[in-house]
Design a protein around this ligand. Structure first.
Ligand code: GDP
Ligand code: MG
Length: 442
């Protein structure tokens, strides 16, 4: 999701944060690239233009330029504006004080309404709500059967109108069922068309009334591109929409729809569909998504994960050692063990801010190597780990034999250690050191 856009923007971010001096010209040049990246991701032209104008107005100010971390400040403005574009705060599906809460699903044919009905039922069920699913799609023979299967998978209630009943009557019947059978939510699926047309819109308006919808959710196929904006606008104007759902965001959707729709319709995005199965649903969180797009990392997630794995005292001690620069193999071993506790290295690295994608690929965890490293480190004496310089040829042979590895593996470990030590030194130097590191790698 958003991969191409994320790649482009992360390149721009690295460029900005790596520069020693930022001038209004560099900023304008970077922002021109940002605009191009947005357009390539199918963000609507007007939305992209306004976005860049807002960032520029804030970024070219004196305070930003005078500060030492100008590049980083510009990046944080971009992130802030991206969050603004996406809706700033997460919005969740509001239950109505009158039971049942009625949710009407609208959208073109194939946009993912029926699938989303099931996903929403699963999501609500996890929040201890009882959900009834019903459908007004009488035009395609298999549509109601599909919803019935989905309801069964979701463990939700299902109601089917008798043969020959028209959509508006189905809506009344479904509401009646949900009321008398004590459901908390009625999720009402509707028929789409391949294109927007008058009869569909008229039917939706009638259904909205008949079923007394509290929330009309528009389901839009995230792969639609530019067209999504027109669809969103039309539904919002003609039917009235309370929230948006973007489906198929697991595919190679370029993401522009998500970035434009919120702005153009003024309606919040509530969910992203990220898979065909019923668990493929994500509640939409603008701030996390903006961070992910800019490669700034899911710091919240990282901190949560690290906190649970690493004893805080150990972490503080390690930080202190780093500060004093006596990072030894002993610390390397400790790190290795902590990494093991934290789970897959790759997941963890993805959450770290500012790690270029190329470096991520390079660092794709080699679990075999990690295991060998551990064995080798454990075959060393404590003295060797504390003062790696003493490890000469004969010690290398002994360590290799003791750990069941080859001397070349021991050499590899010592090289990896040297690299880690260099990285630690750079980290201590702050952004400048890191920028050097990135250039060195990229
Ligand atoms: P409807 O016509 O609006 O009811 O759309 P459906 O729910 O029948 O979905 C149309 C197609 O899109 C089906 O093949 C679904 O499996 C697929 N689909 C729906 N949502 C998602 C999603 O989030 N990701 C992926 N990959 N496929 C989806
Ligand atoms: Mg359907």
């Amino acid at each position: 999701m958003f991969e191409a856009l994320a790649d482009r923007l992360q390149g721009i971010v690295r460029n900005l944060t790596g520069q020693a001096r930022i001038t209004p010209e560099n900023i304008r040049e970077s922002l021109r690239e940002v605009r191009r990246a947005l357009l390539e991701a199918d963000v609507q032209v007007g939305v992209a233009r306004d976005f860049v104008a807002r960032v520029e107005a804030r970024a070219v100010g004196e305070e930003v330029l005078k500060s030492l971390s100008a590049g980083q400040q510009v990046v944080s403005i971009v992130k802030d504006e991206l969050e603004h574009l996406l809706g700033r705060t997460p919005v969740t599906l509001a239950g109505s004080p009158h039971v049942p809460t009625v949710v009407l699903l609208a959208g073109l044919q194939g946009s993912g309404k029926t699938t989303f009905a099931g996903k929403l039922a699963v999501w609500l069920k996890a929040r201890t709500k009882r959900v009834l699913l019903a459908s007004a799609d009488i035009y395609r023979p298999a549509a109601v059967d599909q919803l019935e299967r989905v309801a069964e998978q979701a463990g939700a209630g299902f109601w089917r109108a008798p043969e020959g009943v028209l959509p508006v009557e189905i809506a009344r019947g479904a509401l009646e069922q949900a009321r008398t059978r004590g459901f908390d939510f009625l999720v009402f699926d509707t028929a789409g068309r391949l294109q927007i047309d008058e009869p569909m819109m008229a039917e939706l308006v009638a259904l909205k009334q008949a079923v007394r919808a509290h929330q009309v959710l528009l389901v839009v196929d995230g792969m639609t591109g530019q067209e999504a904006v027109r669809i969103g606008e039309t539904f919002a104007r003609q039917v009235g929409v309370d929230g948006l759902v973007l489906s198929k965001m697991d595919g190679d959707a370029r993401g522009g729809a998500a970035l434009s729709l919120r702005q153009v319709t003024g309606k919040p995005i509530l969910f992203l569909g990220v898979g065909e199965k019923l668990d493929g649903l994500e509640a939409f969180d603008p701030s996390r998504l903006a961070g992910r797009i800019l490669g700034m990392g899911d710091i919240v997630g990282l901190v949560e994960k690290a906190r649970s794995a690493v004893n805080e005292q150990e972490a503080a001690q390690l930080a202190e050692k780093l500060r004093r620069s006596d990072f030894t193999l002993e610390d390397f071993l400790e790190q290795l063990l902590q990494v093991k506790k934290m789970g897959p290295l790759e997941d963890l690295m993805k959450m770290l801010p500012g790690i270029p994608k190329a470096a991520l690929e390079q660092a794709r965890p080699d679990n075999g190597r990690l295991k060998r490293h551990e064995a080798i480190l454990l075959s060393m004496t404590r003295k060797e780990r504390r003062a790696p310089r003493v490890i000469d040829g004969s010690r290398r042979r002994r360590i290799a034999a003791g750990s069941g590895t080859a001397v070349s593996d021991v050499n590899q470990l010592l090289r990896d250690f040297e690299q880690a030590r260099t990285m630690m030194k750079r980290l201590k130097q702050g952004p400048r050191g890191l920028a050097g590191l990135r250039r060195g790698r990229g």
